[in-house]
Design a protein around this ligand. Structure first.
Ligand SMILES: Nc1ncnc2c1ncn2[C@@H]1O[C@H](COP(=O)(O)OP(=O)(O)OP(=O)(O)O)[C@@H](O)[C@H]1O
Ligand SMILES: [Mg+2]
Length: 296
């Protein structure tokens, strides 16, 4: 802007055709004008470089988000393949049992087990398909109660194996405005962290409540695990901050990206995330999401 003003000012000096201006003044004015032209060109080049840089940053940010989403899906795939395999093993074993024992009660029992394992396998695939499908940034009315159950289907066995008892405290809550795949990812991270904090087992309390005055629904994940010191608590949302030495035997934990991704997702939902924790006393993480407003 500043340079453009100077350039129009130079235009006022640049009147050699009147014949009254001495040649030295004309030369000086011409060289000033060419310097101003050069500055304008430089200014334009700088602006183009700045725009190009901004576009590159936007593209890189998009790629990082995409990579994080893929990493999340990769982790999910690990968990679900394992769970799916468990269901398949049950189906195969009971089918063999039914073939070996021809009496009616054994066959009935085998078929019942096959049916329930098959239903579970179907739920697992539906849940994974749901998560990968809703990986776009679309928001929709979400029933958190059902979403929690979908995520628990995937972790049920793992929680049982680590002697974690799940307790549900669900008050009736309205639907929230959310991207279901992203909120499932948040919940998965919180549940895995809770499970990892409870070495030797414990209680995992999931609570849903509606805070009418704020128009938010609270989803709390509380564990009776090791808890955190104030120093750790201050840093948990930093990308790459982890107190874990690496992935555990289920292949999870240690990258330090879980909670930073959770925060990013909750922020994008214009929600809040609150952490309460004390060493030896367990941890409660609450995510608060806006209630879906009725279409006007
Ligand atoms: N429920 C919890 N109880 C105790 N500490 C926790 C809990 N949740 C998170 N933390 C602490 O916060 C840190 C960061 O958690 P975050 O989920 O971001 O990373 P991570 O679990 O270490 O690795 P990953 O990114 O693979 O999940 C953890 O390393 C742990 O120290
Ligand atoms: Mg984690």
């Amino acid at each position: 802007m500043h340079l453009t003003d100077q350039s129009s000012g130079a235009g006022a000096f640049d009147r050699p055709s009147s014949g009254t201006t001495p040649p030295s003044t004309v030369a000086a004015a011409t060289s000033a004008a060419s310097r101003i032209d050069e500055a304008t060109v430089l200014q334009r080049q700088l602006e183009i470089a700045r725009l190009r840089h901004a576009a590159e940053v936007t593209e890189l940010r998009r790629q990082v988000l995409e990579a994080r989403k893929l990493a999340g899906l990769g982790e999910l795939l690990g968990t679900t393949t394992h769970e799916f395999n468990n269901a398949l093993t049950t189906i195969l074993n009971y089918a063999k049992l039914g073939l070996r024992h021809r009496d009616q009660p054994t066959r009935d029992k085998a078929l019942e087990r096959i049916l329930s394992a098959g239903t579970r396998a179907a739920k697992i695939t539906a849940s994974v398909l749901g998560m990968s499908r809703s990986s776009s940034a679309r928001f929709e009315p979400v029933n958190l109660n059902l979403l929690i159950e979908d995520v628990l289907v995937l972790l049920e066995r793992e929680l049982m194996k680590y002697r974690v008892q799940v307790e549900r405290e669900f008050a009736p809550v309205p639907k929230v405005s959310a991207n279901p795949g992203q909120i499932q990812q948040v919940l998965l991270n919180l549940l895995v962290n809770a499970r990892q904090a409870m070495v030797g087992g414990g209680r995992l309390i999931l609570r849903l409540s509606h805070d009418q005055p704020s128009g938010l629904v609270d989803l709390m994940v509380r564990d009776t695990g090791c808890g955190m010191t104030p120093d750790v608590m201050r840093r948990i949302f930093e990308p790459r901050f982890s107190t874990k030495s690496g992935p555990d035997e289920t292949g999870k934990g240690g990258t330090g990206l879980g909670l930073s991704a959770c925060k990013e997702i909750v922020d994008a939902h214009r929600g809040r995330i609150r952490v309460e924790s004390a060493p030896g006393k367990g941890t409660a993480i609450t995510i608060r999401l806006p209630v879906q407003q009725p279409a006007s």
